[in-house]
Design a protein around this ligand. Structure first.
Ligand code: COA
Length: 415
């Protein structure tokens, strides 16, 4: 048994945002039928190719546990197959450019006519408004959703982050909307539209920065390093470097080996409740009672001096030694882990978060498995499908086409 057994997804997604959503639904047990253009398929199959002739990691790591059906949606017979799929499936997920699905003949009204229980789930760059018609990619969404303006250092340009909050983040939002719509359909008997604009998804993830925008009306943001540095605040939430987002000051500090290892750093939070333990560990016991250091408000204008002192200690230890010493004292720290270290981490292999998958074209490769762990719905990560690998199977099993029908459809170029 899987959580989404008996749910069939007509997966019209491509690139990253939509595919991450349908991959999650597949891991939760849905039968995901990915529709791709004959001969070409999802453009990512052949992007950032590392093994000539084989599907790229870009594609394979975003499309596990799906079936691939090739189908020309602009061919009359291809459209008929699509209509039958709309009648049969529970959810249609798409992230085409605005208007593309309508131009294929599948408006929301037409979909409802074909199947009133159908859930139509879409990702677009923007919701209704001046940019509704724009095509959007990850970094555009990060910039338009408030992430870039609040990431980076005060004296540097806006920065995008490596976490794919625009694509994968929006895919997650969409998946939640789909599951909720399936749940509501149990009582309403009706499908509905689920819409997740990337700008909105990024802004949702930047919620605390909109919090700070409003706090600016009440004065400077005292937990930001720039307060202690005496730099005036402007009228918008500034970039905060590596300051922690909460009220407990934190920074990224050098550890032993930083001169040669770009990831020999630790995050260190001066959690108020364990201030005395921090003073002991870093060899500054006199700061425990000194009026300039003993209380959080007293420390705020002195954060640079305080973190310099903490770094003078962290730089004598490896990032893992810092973790080993601070954790038992409840001092919140975290090593900066590289992708190499994560790929090799045994505990992540054991929990299925890092998985080795075999692929007929590529051989074995590593992927990130399902990050959501459910006690009654186990996930087995299966390789991504080859282009059109399941075309005939889907036509026969899902739509009951005969062998002759299938042969004729192949002959016609519709699939
Ligand atoms: N058969 C026939 N035609 C197909 C097809 C199929 N199986 N699959 C796709 N197509 C057609 C579409 O109908 C569309 O044709 P049209 O423009 O003539 O109507 C065309 O392929 C291209 O679709 P489009 O979505 O415009 O692709 P693109 O490569 O130009 O743009 C994006 C890519 C991602 C920018 C765009 O899809 C987009 O903005 N999506 C929404 C936001 C999003 O998800 N962005 C993040 C991507 S990670």
């Amino acid at each position: 048994m899987k959580a989404l057994d008996d749910v069939t997804i007509l997966d019209f997604t491509h690139v990253q945002s939509g595919p991450t959503c349908t991959q999650l639904l597949a891991w939760l047990g849905a039968d995901v039928i990915k529709v791709e253009r004959p001969g070409a398929g999802d453009a990512t199959r052949k992007q950032l190719v590392d093994k000539p002739g084989a599907d790229s990691l870009y594609f394979t790591m975003l499309n596990h546990n799906k079936r691939s059906l090739t189908l020309n949606a602009k061919h009359a017979s291809g459209r008929q197959i699509l209509e039958r799929l709309v009648k049969t499936c529970d959810v249609l997920v798409e992230n085409f450019a605005p208007g593309a699905l309508d131009r294929m003949g599948f408006t929301w009204e037409r979909i409802q006519e074909l199947n009133p229980r159908m859930i139509l789930a879409s990702v677009k760059g923007f919701g209704p408004g001046p940019y509704a018609e724009c095509k959007v990619y990850e970094n555009v969404a990060q910039c338009a959703g408030g992430a870039a303006s609040t990431t980076g250092f005060r004296d540097g340009p806006p920065l995008v982050t490596g976490a794919q909050i625009g694509d994968s983040g929006t895919g997650l939002h969409l998946a939640l909307g789909i599951v909720a719509a399936l749940f509501q359909r149990e009582s309403s008997g009706r499908g509905q539209r689920v819409f997740a604009p990337m700008q909105d998804g990024v802004l949702n993830l930047c919620r605390v920065k909109l919090r700070d925008q409003q706090r600016l009306d009440a004065g400077p943001l005292t937990e930001y390093s720039q307060y202690g540095e005496g730099a005036p605040f402007g009228d918008a939430t500034p970039r905060a470097g590596n300051d922690s987002g909460g009220g407990q000051p934190g920074r990224i500090l050098k550890c032993k080996g930083w001169e040669t290892d770009p990831n020999a750093y630790t995050y260190f939070i001066t959690q108020a409740a364990v201030w005395e333990a921090i003073c002991e560990v870093i060899g500054k016991p006199e700061w425990k009672d000194a009026p300039d250091y003993a209380t959080p408000p007293a420390r705020l204008p002195r954060l640079n001096e305080i973190f310099d002192a903490i770094e003078a200690w962290t730089v004598t230890k490896t990032k893992f030694e810092v973790m080993d010493i601070c954790n038992p004292l409840n001092i919140p720290v975290g090593p900066i882990l590289s992708m190499k270290e994560l790929a090799e981490e045994p505990s992540l292999r054991e929990t299925g978060t890092i998985v080795e998958v075999d692929h007929p074209e590529r051989g074995p490769y590593l992927t990130v498995g399902c990050p959501i762990k459910m006690s009654d719905s186990e996930v087995e990560v299966a390789r991504a499908p080859l282009l059109g690998e399941h075309t005939q199977e889907v036509l026969r099993e899902v739509l009951n086409y005969s062998d002759d029908d299938v042969a004729a459809l192949i002959e016609s170029g519709a699939v």
